[in-house]
Write a protein that binds this ligand. Structure first.
Ligand SMILES: [Cu+2]
Length: 92
């Protein structure tokens, strides 16, 4: 019985690991001119499904976003900031 539970826990962990495909992308953000802008950009990104973490660098005008590749994409993220008034491109 214990063996069955142990293998069940292991397979559950494997499923959980597979379900999430974390990916990270850095975007170059245009139009961030004042200290309020990063808040707007962050909000636009955070509301996207699958986004787990967003950090904005106001000095470098970039946003680094951790997201689940099953739920969203880099293209959807650049569209989100663009729709919010901050056109962005994926930094290569
Ligand atoms: Cu601003």
């Amino acid at each position: 019985m214990q063996k069955i539970i142990a293998s069940l826990v292991l397979s559950l962990a494997a499923v959980a690991a597979q379900a999430e495909k974390p990916q990270s992308v850095t975007l170059n953000i245009q139009n961030m001119t004042c200290s309020m802008c990063p808040i707007t950009v962050k909000k636009a990104l955070d509301q996207m499904p699958g986004v787990s973490r967003t950090s904005i660098d106001f000095e470098k005008k970039t946003a680094t976003v951790a997201f689940d590749a099953d739920k969203t994409s880099a293209a959807a993220l650049t569209k989100a900031t663009t729709d919010a008034g901050y056109p962005s491109t994926v930094r290569k």
